[in-house]
Write a protein that binds this ligand. Structure first.
Ligand SMILES: Nc1ncnc2c1ncn2[C@@H]1O[C@H](COP(=O)(O)OP(=O)(O)OP(=O)(O)O)[C@@H](O)[C@H]1O
Ligand SMILES: [Mg+2]
Length: 306
């Protein structure tokens, strides 16, 4: 069982520190660091820390794209990158030492060329086969058709690939046309899938279970932030509460959680145990500073608390 993660909108995440954020002055930046960014890429990185090697598939362009590929290779992540004409975006985060606040700036991506979209689809088709897991995570770059993910999944459905999706907005609604293995909406995303602004606990459970009985997904994992998560499966619903911990940064909690769920799948765990790994990885991400993800030391500690 091979795991392939897809990041259609990757980023090179640059971060820096300033003494104090003030307008007009030219601020001196220190401690410049670069990190690979994007949903699927984050998931591959956490899987690597869990001892599971995945293929990290994404398009890359220009010097920033090459830098991103290098960073992942340095971390011993197996990269399946395809070159495109669009420069990989560089996101920027500034940490203000005086206030301890972090300011994050996200950059847009130019639309790809038609033939580049096809090139990515072909690479995916070539890279996954029966019983493999394809993880689709993150947003679509501006200009890509809203059914882009859905089209990719349709092409794979006859192959019996286990497809995991974590995204948001209309793109998420679109992928539900297919038979999926697992989806991981948070509460807001779940409500949106149901066409609502918010849902009660009973409505959440009923809607998640209905997606399972309607064969939209085998597992629906709904993440509840500090409250943990629940999983809907063919035999009902299970909850795992997150232990009380001191949160450093919630960035990457969702991606780390998905990595934990995939770990559970690869290791053949049942639904509740799979969720326990998911929650442990999500919680562990909050114990790491900034955009750093879940670390194995914390995962082991948190597992004991659940
Ligand atoms: N404040 C918190 N305290 C403890 N655990 C947390 C907290 N926030 C997130 N987690 C853990 O991470 C998991 C995923 O978090 P969340 O529900 O916020 O997902 P998300 O909204 O998809 O996150 P992201 O913004 O990363 O996409 C939770 O189920 C929980 O296990
Ligand atoms: Mg999320």
């Amino acid at each position: 069982m091979k795991v392939v993660t897809l990041t259609i909108n990757p980023a090179l995440d640059k971060s820096a520190q300033v003494e104090e954020m003030t307008p007009f002055d030219k601020l001196e930046c220190n401690n410049i660091t670069y990190h690979p960014g994007g949903g699927g890429i984050n998931i591959s990185r956490v899987l690597h820390r869990l001892g599971i090697e995945s293929n990290c598939l994404f398009p890359y362009g220009g010097k920033t794209g090459e830098h991103l590929v290098e960073l992942l290779q340095e971390q011993n992540i197996s990269v399946l990158a395809t070159p495109i004409s669009i420069l990989t975006r560089e996101n920027f985060a500034v940490f203000d030492i005086k206030t301890g606040l972090q300011f994050r700036f996200g950059m847009p991506t130019e639309p790809f060329l038609e033939k580049e979209m096809t090139q990515i689809e072909e690479l995916i088709n070539k890279s996954v086969t029966t019983n493999d897991i394809l993880v689709i995570s993150g947003s679509l770059p501006k200009g890509l058709p809203v059914n882009y993910y859905s089209k990719i999944i349709k092409n794979l459905n006859s192959k019996g690939v286990k497809v995991v999706v974590d995204t948001s907005g209309p793109v998420f609604n679109e992928v539900l046309e297919n038979e999926l293995y697992l989806i991981k909406p948070n509460q807001k995303e779940l409500a949106r899938l149901a066409g609502k602004e918010s849902q009660t606990k009973e409505e959440q459970e009923a809607f998640a279970l209905k997606m399972v009985t309607d064969k939209i997904a085998k597992y629906v994992v709904v993440s509840l932030g500090k409250d943990g998560a629940f999983i809907a499966h063919k035999n009902g619903i299970d909850y795992i509460a997150a232990p009380k911990i001191t949160v450093k940064s919630t960035i990457g909690a969702g991606d780390s959680m998905v990595a934990g769920l995939i770990y559970g799948t690869v290791k053949g765990k049942d639904a509740k145990e799979m969720l326990r790994w998911g929650v442990a990885c999500g919680v562990s991400a909050t114990l790491s500073e900034g955009s750093d993800l879940a670390h194995i030391k914390n995962i082991e500690k948190v597992l004991k608390l659940i």
